[in-house]
Structures are given as C-alpha cells and as structure tokens.
Design a protein around this ligand. Structure first.
Ligand SMILES: [Cu+2]
Length: 244
C-alpha cells in the first residue's frame, strides 16, 4: 500500500513537471535558446530527483522500526561510482549552460563583438520613469514603444539617463541592465509577429512599476512603413524628464 502511494506521488511529480516544462512556442531566438536549455536540464534533473526521493522514502519506510542501527560499511567502488556520476552530471550542466551563455544573442560581450551591418540598431535610454527608443538611421524616436522587424537581428544599445534600470521582455528572452554614463548591448531576433510587454526590473524609484513599454514585432514592410510614418518626430526627442 505504501509503495503504491509512493509510486502515485512519483507519477504525479513527473506529470506536473512535464506540464510545467511544455512552454508555448518560442517568440525569439533568445527565448528558444533559454527554453531548450531549461528542457535539457530538466531531463537530467527529473530522473535524479525521482531516484533520490524513492531511495529516501524507501529508507524511511524500511528502517523506521530499527532500534539498533548498524554503521554503514565502506564500499569504495560505490563511493567512486557516485562521485564520477556527480562529476558527469555537473560537467553536462556546465557545458550546456556555457554553450547558451556564450551565444551572441545571450552574451552581452559577444553581442558587442558581433554587431554586423545587417543588424537593425536601436538606441534605448531608460529614465525615471519610462523608455526612449531611438532609431538613429531613420530619425525616429518613440516613448515606451519599441517596434522591431521579425526574423532579423536587432541590436539594442542601452544607457540610462539617471539611475540603474533593466529592460526585461520575458517573451523574447531579453533582459539587460542599463547604467548611467555607460552603454550595454543586447541582441534579439524575434521569430513571430506579435505584441509583447517590456518591464523595468531594477527598482529605480516610486514610479518603477509604471516603467513599462510595448514591443511590437512586425514584418519588414510594416516596419519600413512605420519608420517612414514616424520619421522626424522631434516632439519626443528632447532629453528625458528630470527625475522626480
Ligand atoms: Cu525601474
């Protein structure tokens, strides 16, 4: 009966994690990389968790009535086995994470080095409390509205007008800090059309929760039209407001 309960709990755990690990279709190259790494690590972590839990529950049930415990005998081969197994698991986790972290879409350092002529460039300035997006080549500046073309690499050069901010677009897998007096970069390549929310994730003052923006992914034609329609909108190109 107990074993049946343990088996049931194990199956429920597997089903729960499987459901939780089935993400919606990725919206960008970045998000895809992150989701794939997550799934990969889950495939390793899940059997290990179940294995350890089963042994733990078995030991608790099996030896609960043991009033005269005996010390465990040393088994060098067993100790060697689990040391090597742990090393292999850690190596796998480290390598998998390294491959994703060094990808030009994830690693800011790599992004700075790999900006090429095809990248669409947008200047991002975070300020208390909002976002200014500037498309230098098209002479377009917007507030809290970022429009990017789908299936093209976009480089965001980011800085802050006052204090620390962080741009976070969860569905695109984009997250990066902004610092005053210095530039940070991040790249993305959105693979689906749609509208996404962007947030500031660095507590920057009383208006922090209002610091949101919309990120719209459109096709190339719509993007060009949008840029042309908004060219020369100098009404919003003045310096960001003085912090409250
Ligand atoms: Cu903030």
């Amino acid at each position: 009966m107990r074993l049946r309960r343990v088996a049931l709990a194990g199956c429920s755990l597997v089903a729960l994690v499987w459901l939780a690990s089935s993400p919606a279709a990725a919206q960008s190259v970045n998000r895809n990389l992150i989701d794939e790494l997550n799934t990969q690590l889950l495939y390793v972590a899940l059997p290990l968790t179940v294995f350890v839990e089963v042994i733990l529950v078995y030991a608790v049930v099996r030896f609960s009535g043991n009033d005269d415990p005996k010390p465990t005998i040393d088994v060098p081969s067993l100790e060697l086995t689990w040391t090597i197994a742990t090393a292999i698991v850690l190596l796998f986790v480290g390598l998998s994470a390294y491959v994703v972290l060094t990808n030009p879409y994830i690693s800011p350092g790599q992004a700075a080095a790999t900006v090429d002529g095809d990248d669409e460039r947008v200047q991002v300035t975070g300020y208390r409390y909002g976002w200014q997006f500037t498309y230098p080549e098209a002479n377009v500046t917007t507030r809290n509205e970022l429009v990017i073309p789908a299936n093209r690499s976009v480089t965001l050069n980011m800085t802050s007008a006052d204090t620390l901010h962080a741009l976070f677009v969860p569905r695109l897998g984009v997250k990066k800090d902004l610092f005053p007096g210095e530039y940070t970069r991040i790249r993305t390549n959105a693979t689906r059309f749609g509208e996404h929310r962007a947030y500031c994730t660095e507590l920057c003052g009383v208006g922090h929760s209002r610091m949101r923006a919309t990120v719209t992914v459109v096709n190339e034609t719509a993007y060009r039209t949008w840029l042309a329609d908004h060219a020369g909108q100098h009404s919003v190109t003045e310096a960001p407001p003085v912090p409250e």
